[in-house]
Design a protein around this ligand. Structure first.
Ligand code: UD1
Length: 351
């Protein structure tokens, strides 16, 4: 069986790393990178740290408006699919690269497997929500990370080819956490002691492209008596400059970090503040309280267990949760046990 795996953005590299290794033991895998992310700390660093094979194709599409970026990918992916004639196209998550890959394959009647299927925020203003809904409806194999995801699909009438395989990010996390703690020098470099600082990431358009929201978030961070380590996404960096926002003194702005530093900074943080999906879940698994800078979350289980609080860009709520949010409760096994790669490979083999 010939499989084309399509990746393009940071979280997809993390998810593809463990699966690609296993796929190559059983099938012929061709790796296609759309080039959606291209900076050293946004793409090559992940390939190096996670020993992901060099992509067979890199389309070099880069940034652009949603329509332009997705459209360019669609045309370029179609050409490769026509040339390679794969038996299956594998897409990950919910980025524009996921949408373009699935759409190109569907139009050519090539079966599609979607890793991280069934997630919903029920907020169609999020570009990712549109991508997820469309990709799930086009997919033949839908690998869900949780039972909630399986139920979400059922509500939309999708029941065939649906499997709860657990969350693939746990496979990545469990195989990299020790390496992160051994190899990462980030705490030393930043002169930080474990559990004395907060870790923050902000990259969603609803926060970065809205002056009031971005200012609220930075101002709230500034009210904390703790150092806040803040790896800054290129878009966030650009918008801080464009909006001429002041950076409070306790915020340590650093360049985007690779996977190992990211894990090390999270596991050693007192609390995490984020609008990322993946980081909410990583924080949960690492037992670090998470304050989510969004108005809703796809990872409801983390909120249900009390380890995640959803506060949006509300300054008072952020300040309050930085001070007072300190969960201690038991955690449940919602995301599986880190063996989703073997489950996925088995299902693909029987397909
Ligand atoms: C994308 C995904 C998002 C995911 C995120 C992970 C979509 C719709 N969004 O968002 O779901 O959580 O990746 O990081 O696909 N840029 C650079 N260098 C890069 C990449 C981007 O400078 O290597 C800048 C460009 O100014 C670009 C902006 O970041 O315009 C946004 O990049 P883009 O790939 O469009 O979306 P992300 O916000 O990264």
């Amino acid at each position: 069986m010939k499989i084309i795996s399509i990746v393009g953005a940071r979280p997809q590299f993390v998810k593809a790393a463990p699966l690609s290794k296993e796929l190559r033991k059983n099938f012929r895998e061709i790796l296609l990178h759309t080039g959606q992310h291209y900076d050293h700390n946004m793409s090559p660093i992940f390939f190096k740290e996670l020993s992901i094979p060099k992509p067979d194709y890199n389309l070099g599409i880069g940034s652009g408006s949603h329509g332009e970026q997705t459209g360019k990918m669609l045309g370029a992916i179609e050409k490769i699919l026509l040339k390679e004639e794969p038996d299956l196209v594998l897409v990950y998550g919910d980025t524009n690269s996921t949408l373009a890959g699935a759409l190109a394959a569907a139009k050519l009647h090539i079966p599609i497997a979607h890793v991280e299927a069934g997630l919903r925020s029920y907020n169609r203003k999020m570009p990712e929500e549109i991508n997820r809904v469309v990709v799930d409806h086009l997919s033949d194999l839908l690998f869900c990370p949780t039972e909630t995801a399986v139920s979400n699909l059922k509500l939309e009438g999708i029941t065939r080819g649906v499997f709860n395989t657990g969350d693939i990010m746990l496979d990545s996390l469990s195989s990299s956490l020790k390496a992160a703690q051994r190899k990462s020098r980030t705490l030393e470099k930043l002169n930080l002691k474990s559990k004395t600082y907060l870790y923050a990431t902000v990259h969603r358009p609803e926060n970065t492209d809205n002056r009031r929201n971005l200012k609220n978030i930075l101002d709230a961070f500034g009210e904390s008596d703790k150092t806040i380590v803040f790896p800054v996404h290129p878009r966030t960096q650009r918008m801080i400059k464009e909006f001429k926002l002041k950076i409070p003194k306790n915020i340590r702005m650093i360049s985007p970090v690779g996977y190992l530093d990211s894990l090390q900074l999270q596991v050693s943080a007192k609390k995490v503040l984020t609008d990322s999906g993946g980081i909410q879940k990583e924080a949960y698994v690492l037992k670090v309280p998470c304050i989510t800078l969004r108005t809703e979350t796809e990872w409801k289980e983390t909120v249900k267990d009390g380890w995640n609080v959803v506060v949006g860009a509300n300054k008072e709520k952020i300040i309050d949760s930085i001070k007072n949010f300190s969960p201690k409760g038991k955690q449940n096994n919602y995301f599986g046990t880190g063996d989703s790669v073997s489950k996925i490979v088995k299902i693909i083999s029987n397909y």
